[in-house]
Design a protein around this ligand. Sequence first.
Ligand SMILES: [Zn+2]
Ligand SMILES: [Zn+2]
Length: 286
Amino acid sequence: MSNKKSKKRKDRGKEEKEEKEEEICWIEGRNLVFKRRHFNKFFTCGLCEGYLREAHTIRECLHSFCKSCILKYLQTKKTCPTCSVDLGVHPQRLLKFDRALQQLQDKVYPEAKKEDERREAEFFKERGEPNPHEEEERPKKKLKTSQDGEETNEGDEKEKEKEQEKAKELADKERKEQEKKSVSFQCLPYKEEGKGKEKGKGKDTSLPALAKNFINTSADVSIKHVKKFINSQLKGEGLKDGDIEILYQGATMGAEHTLEYIIRTYGIVYKRNEPLTFHYRKIVYE
Ligand SMILES: [Zn+2]
Ligand SMILES: [Zn+2]
C-alpha cells in the first residue's frame, strides 16, 4: 500500500516536471492553441481531485468543491479544506451552488466530465461501494417505482416514453435559452494613463497580457469567474483571485456582478461578434 502511494507521488512529480519543460501554448495557423491541462487546478475539487461536480463555492474564501465532497467534509470540520479559513458554527450556510463555475468548467472540459464520471463509476463498482456522486439520484428513482408499483408494464413503458420526451424537450429548451444567453468577452491588461493616482504613490498595478484573452461563455458568469479565468493564466504572479480588479469602461466591477447584469446596467447593445472588453489590474495593498 505504502509502496503504491510513493509510486503515485513519484509519477506526479515527473508529470509536473514534464509540464514545466513543455510549452503552455503555441500558434497553429491563425489559432492560439492552449493546453487545458494548465487550467486543471482551477477546475479540480480539492477533496476528491476530480473535476468539479455540482460545484459549490465557499462565500468566505471563494474556494470551490464538489457538492457531495464539501458537505461530507463539513460534517466533521468547520474550516475550508484548501485555505483553512474558519467557517463559523454553520459552515453549510456559507456554501453556494456555483452554476456559472460549473458551466464554465463543462464548457472547457466537456468530454473530460463524461470520462471522469465513467471512471468514477467503475472505481466504485470494482470496490463494490456506492458511488457518492450518484447518491442524490437514487432516492428519486426508488420513489418512482413505489408509486408506479401497481400499474401494468405497458403503462410503465408509456409513462417512461412520455418522461423521456419531456426531458428531451426541456433539455432542448434549456440549450436554446443558453445559446441566447451566451456572451463573449475579452480581457486586456489595464494601462495607466500618464501619472495615475496609483502611479504617483509608487504602486505598480500592471499585469501581463493573457495568452488566451477571449472566451465565449454564459451570461450567468460573474466577475469572480472572470477573475478566476484571468488568474489561471497568471500563475507566475502568485495572486489570489481577489487580488485582481476588473474594470469595465474604467469602473471597477463587483465580484458578484454577472455579465448579464453588467450588460443591463450599462445599457450595452450586445452584439455576438463584438465581445465585451474588460480590463484587469492588480490590487496593491499598502
Ligand atoms: Zn470532489
Ligand atoms: Zn478556502
